[in-house]
Each structure stands twice: as structure tokens, then as C-alpha cells.
Ligand binder design. Structure first.
Ligand code: ADP
Length: 191
């Protein structure tokens, strides 16, 4: 299975990505997690990414694309993968198409988690209090929502046009959302 999990910040992508990846026996690849790991290790990639992340802006496409290409090339991703947080721009969509075409496979589905805007802000404020993520301050939360609306929401139309987009209601209990995602994906033929 080659899957993308999309949705605005706070939609629950990270939480659901792990369950979905386990269910299909593929790695969950989260660009946000890879960036954060690099920031905490103080690598050159982390140093470069940090200033964008702290401002709620996207890391430049060349940097992100290269990182994902390297990750997808690893052995555990050969049977498939679930991408969480990538692609986020049209340029990344094109790049990912190239990466997948190169392997002779195809993208099976794009799951879009939908959540009320007010609920999103509440969830992120709660996460700020419990996890203390550096980019969960009110201004940055607001900026991340704007950037998502401007740069990432248009990607949904692209995948809808290809007939591989599945919208799943992301409101309610975590388990219920997981069940909805499984039900939607279990009927998708695996490539
Ligand atoms: P969120 O909870 O806001 O969806 P993530 O943990 O997925 O956040 O990502 C955190 C930050 O990492 C983003 O705000 C952005 O700066 C950077 N980032 C993650 N994925 C990408 C990407 N595909 N392209 C550019 N920047 C990214």
C-alpha cells in the first residue's frame, strides 16, 4: 500500500498514521517527526529546518523532497509506506509522482481527515499545554492553518481529480476515526 494521510494541523494525522501503517504493515513516514528529530540532534538539516518550523512556514521544497526521497529509498519502505505531512505543496506532489513512478508502483489512496476549524484550534491549544511543542504557540498555530489553506488544501482537488481521494470524518473519538479510515481503505485494491 502506498498511502498519503492529509488534513490540516490538528486533524490527528500523526495519531492515525501509526494505526493505519501498522494495519497495512508499512512504515509511517512523518516529515514533521523527521524534521523534529533532526532539530533535537542538531544536524545541518535540523538547523536549516528549525527557523521555518518555528515560524509555522514550510521548509523549502528542495530540502523536504530530498529528505523524503532518501527515506522512501530505505528497505522497509519497499513494500509500501504511509506518508504523514507530505506532500504539502504542488511541487511536492510532482516530486512524489516521480519517486513512485520510478519504482513502478502507484499511489493507492489519499485519505483526507476533515475536522471543524474551531475544533482544530482547541486541539492544538490542548497539545500546546500537554506536549509543549515549539510550534504550538497561538500565533504559530494560526499561521500554520493559513499556510495549510493556501498551499496544501488545493492538493485535495488534484487527488480528487485522479479519483484516489477519500475524505474521512476526523471528529469524535480516536478509535472511531481509526475504524472509519480502515473501513474506507479496506475496499481499496492494493497495488
Ligand atoms: P502539523 O501538526 O502542523 O501538521 P507537522 O508535525 O506535520 O505539523 O510539521 C511541523 C512542521 O514541519 C511544519 O509546520 C513545517 O514547518 C515542517 N514540515 C513538515 N512537513 C513538511 C513538508 N512536507 N513541506 C515543508 N515543510 C514541512
Amino acid at each position: 500500500m502506498r498511502l498519503i494521510l492529509m488534513g490540516p494541523p490538528g486533524a490527528g494525522k500523526g495519531t492515525q498514521a501509526r494505526f493505519v501503517a501498522d494495519h497495512f504493515g508499512v512504515p509511517a513516514i512523518s516529515t514533521g517527526d523527521i524534521f523534529r528529530a533532526n532539530v533535537s540532534r542538531g544536524t545541518p538539516l535540523g538547523i536549516e529546518a528549525q527557523r521555518y518550523m518555528d515560524a509555522g512556514e514550510y521548509v523549502p521544497d528542495e530540502v523536504t523532497n530530498k529528505m523524503v526521497r532518501n527515506r522512501i529509498d530505505e528497505d522497509d519502505a519497499k513494500p509500501g509506506f504511509l506518508l504523514d505531512g507530505y506532500p504539502r505543496t504542488l511541487a511536492q506532489v510532482t516530486e512524489l509522482d516521480g519517486m513512485i513512478a520510478f519504482t513502478g508502483h502507484r499511489l493507492d489512496a489519499v485519505v483526507v481527515l476533515t475536522v471543524d476549524p474551531e475544533e482544530l484550534v482547541q486541539r492544538l491549544i490542548h497539545r500546546a499545554q500537554t506536549d509543549g511543542r515549539a510550534d504550538d504557540t497561538e500565533d504559530v498555530i494560526r499561521r500554520r492553518q493559513e499556510v495549510y489553506a493556501e498551499q496544501t488544501a488545493p492538493l485535495i482537488e488534484v487527488y480528487r481529480g485522479r479519483g484516489i481521494c477519500i475524505e474521512v470524518d476526523g471528529m469524535g473519538e480516536v478509535d472511531d476515526v481509526t475504524t472509519r479510515i480502515f473501513d474506507a481503505l479496506d475496499v481499496v485494491p492494493q497495488s
